[in-house]
Every structure is written in structure tokens, then in C-alpha cells.
Write a protein that binds this ligand. Structure first.
Ligand code: AMP
Ligand code: MG
Length: 390
């Protein structure tokens, strides 16, 4: 048996970042950038009116006199005529400022008189209501660094520059195989001794938190040949996750089936609770995780280990670790690391009731896992503990 730290180290050691892929911008949401992106232009790339109103030259206005309205510029049009002295141009939001103008008075603040306007705006200053060229971004400025997660706003921002393709780290292809003779598909009739398969639901939703959808989700009976066959079909995945059958029971065939498929064992069993029987192996670039079947163990091992592998492959941290004072004291046996379902309340974190690994009720209201290291025994109220926010 190895420690949590050794296990994480071995996982990281086996993660090789895949070559980046070039994606059309409209498909890139949720991916992580594999390149720095420099702004190809200023943004905005021309002076724009921020409001509907009248554009004029501030220095050409004496603060009092009327200005003649000499034309109009709609958003999308270009006003190319020279500006007459003491005149203004009717303008709308997003329209390019005619050359010679530098200030916009909003239409609510003018009195219109027979082809001219009288400005009634005591607060107006030079440059009012104008979005200046480059006021958001300067040409050549680094818009995003390599490693940036492309959020919806990021994608829209890049589109503003006319960027059509981006280089991103590809999302890993992930397959899930849930093993267990007792497992029923949703919709199947409830039977004595059987339970509805639930692990894949938690795992899929946790992957969705990371903007990843599993490539395949399937079930296999507790039968070595059946498990072997299912594994062989999925050995081209980047990450293969199995649940159940990874312990020492007479019907736990996952480790032997993996061996028969040529998967090289890296470690099996960690000094931790829950999730002691966690298996990790590799075949070529495929990382294989055998998670214990108990629902809370499977999900805990996902957050602690599988997500770490995904982070390495995509070069992105998905779940944050912070330190918080523990709300009430807690005791554990030294020699085993413990992951506890926890809840953050303002500046402290509490250990929830129902920590047994077959129970999901506390996990369902948890917002973090409290990570207690192997050496710890008693943690007093107010002591800082490490917390993985999920
Ligand atoms: P195992 O790891 O196969 O010994 O299973 C441990 C416990 O987890 C047993 O009570 C199983 O019935 C349960 N279990 C295993 N796989 C699943 C699953 N996919 N969904 C829900 N419970 C499961
Ligand atoms: Mg089983």
C-alpha cells in the first residue's frame, strides 16, 4: 500500500500532454488554450459612439452656441464628408465617429431647433460617450495566455478580433465501465438483490463540471471474460474508468481482467479512507483507474485522483484547494489519510454526518472534501485543514 502523495506522484508521472489541436472558434468553448493569443488589432478598432446622440468637436464648441446638424451616421456606415465648423452629426450607438469629432452628446440632452441643436448638458466633457480606439485592448497585447479556459465570454471576445481558429489542448477521451452483477440500468424493473447503477451518473456529472463528456458509459457483469472484453474495446481511450470489482472479494475480477488485457499495474491500494482499493494502471498512453464500487468512494477517488490526471492532460486545475479552520474538532487514526464530505460555512468548514462510503446523502449536500493527511490524529476546533472545493 502506498500513500496519497505517492499515488498522486505516480499518476502525474504517467500523464503525457497530447499534441494541441486547432479548432474552429465556435467549437472551442470549454477547451484550454495551448497558445498565447495576441490581439491582431486594437479593440475597438475605430472610435465609436457609446450612445444615440450627436457627435461634435468639443474644442470647436463655445459651450453655448447651437450646432448645425450636417448629416447622420448609422452604426455600420462610414461618414466620410469633411465636418463644417460649428456643426454636429446625428449618430447612433456603435457608429464610427466622423473625423473631426471627438465627443457625443446624448439625444436626451439636446434641444432640437430647425436643423440645429442646443446642448443642455452641464457635465459634458471632451470625449464624453465615446469608446476610444484601443480602450479595451491594444493591438499586440496578450489577450489570453496559454492555459486559459475558454469560457463563453472568452470565445466571444476572440470572435471580436475575427480570430477563426484556436490551438487548444484536446479533451481526453474517457470511457466508463461499471462492473457488478447487481447493477440495473435505469428504467429496468427493480428486482430482489439488484440496485440501480448510480456511479456513472455521479462520474458523468463530475466530468461535466470539467466541461468533458464521457465517450462511452457501459456496464459489465462480474465475469472476468465479460470485463476483459469490455476493457479491450476501450483501450484506445485516454482514460478508462472502471468501477466496482477492484477489491479482494471472490467476484472482484477487474484487476485480473486488466492484467489479461496487458494493462501494467502502477499501484493498487492506498492508505486512505474511503477508497482504499483504488487501482491505477497504464497501457501505452491509456490511463486506467479502477475505482471502488461504493458510490461515495468512487466519487471521492474521482475528485482526488482522476481529476488530477485530467488536469495534467489538459494543463488546467479544475477544483481549487484552500485552507480553512475546522468548525468542530475531529479525531482520526494516524496512518491513514481521510477524505471527509464537508460544508463550507463562511470562514470555517464542517464535517458532515453520514461519512460511510455507501451513503451519498451527505455527499449530495457537500461542497468540498476535507483532506486529512496520514499523520494527523486529533484536529482541534479552529485548526486549519486543507479543503478541495468540488
Ligand atoms: P464492489 O466495489 O464491487 O465490492 O462494490 C462495493 C459496493 O458498491 C457494493 O455495495 C456494490 O453494490 C456497490 N456498487 C458497485 N458498483 C456500483 C454502481 N455502479 N452503482 C451503485 N453502486 C455500486
Ligand atoms: Mg462488486
Amino acid at each position: 500500500m502506498i500513500s496519497v502523495q505517492e499515488a498522486l506522484h505516480k499518476i502525474r508521472e504517467h500523464c503525457t500532454v497530447r499534441p494541441p489541436v486547432l479548432l474552429p472558434l465556435h467549437e472551442s468553448g470549454g477547451f484550454v488554450l495551448a497558445e498565447n493569443i495576441a490581439a491582431p488589432t486594437d479593440s475597438p478598432h475605430f472610435n465609436q459612439s457609446a450612445m444615440d446622440g450627436y457627435a461634435f468637436s468639443y474644442d470647436d464648441w463655445d459651450g453655448n452656441s447651437d450646432l448645425t446638424v450636417s448629416g447622420e451616421v448609422q452604426a455600420g456606415n462610414n461618414y466620410s464628408e469633411p465636418l463644417n465648423p460649428h456643426s454636429a452629426v446625428r449618430i447612433f450607438t456603435g457608429a464610427a465617429l466622423p473625423s473631426g469629432t471627438d465627443t457625443v452628446v446624448i439625444q436626451e440632452n439636446v434641444l432640437k431647433k430647425n436643423g440645429s441643436i442646443c446642448i443642455k448638458d452641464s457635465k459634458i466633457i471632451k470625449g464624453s460617450n465615446v469608446r476610444l480606439t484601443g480602450s479595451q485592448t491594444r493591438k499586440g497585447e496578450i489577450v489570453f495566455q496559454e492555459g486559459h479556459l475558454l469560457t463563453p465570454a472568452s470565445v466571444a471576445y476572440l470572435a471580436e478580433f475575427g480570430i477563426q481558429k484556436v490551438s487548444v489542448y484536446s479533451k481526453p477521451v474517457i470511457s466508463i465501465i461499471n462492473t457488478g452483477k447487481e447493477l440495473l440500468h435505469q428504467g429496468e424493473k427493480r428486482e430482489a438483490g439488484k440496485i440501480y447503477e448510480s456511479n456513472s451518473f455521479g462520474l458523468r456529472a463530475a466530468l461535466e463540471q470539467m466541461h468533458i463528456s464521457p465517450d462511452s458509459v457501459e456496464m459489465a457483469d462480474d465475469d472476468e471474460r465479460a470485463i476483459e472484453k469490455a476493457i479491450r474495446n476501450r483501450l484506445r481511450s485516454d482514460i478508462l474508468i472502471l468501477t466496482g470489482g477492484v477489491s479482494v472479494g471472490d467476484y472482484d475480477f477487474v484487476t485480473s481482467a486488466l492484467e489479461k488485457c496487458g494493462v501494467k499495474l502502477v499501484f493498487h491500494k492506498i492508505r486512505q479512507k474511503p477508497g482504499k482499493p483504488l487501482y491505477f494502471g497504464v497501457l501505452g498512453q491509456t490511463l486506467v483507474f479502477g475505482l471502488p464500487g461504493n458510490p461515495a468512494s468512487a466519487l471521492t477517488c474521482f475528485y482526488e485522483y482522476v481529476s488530477e490526471a485530467i488536469s495534467c492532460l489538459t494543463k488546467k486545475t479544475y477544483f481549487k484547494r484552500i485552507h480553512l479552520p475546522l468548525a468542530e474538532s475531529f479525531s482520526k487514526k494516524p496512518g491513514v489519510a481521510v477524505f471527509l464530505k464537508g460544508k463550507i460555512n463562511g470562514n470555517t468548514v464542517s464535517v458532515l454526518a453520514n461519512q460511510e462510503s455507501y451513503k451519498l446523502n451527505s455527499f449530495a449536500s457537500a461542497d468540498c472534501l476535507i483532506e486529512l493527511d496520514e499523520a494527523m490524529d486529533r484536529i482541534n476546533t479552529g485548526d486549519l485543514v486543507r479543503v478541495l472545493q468540488i
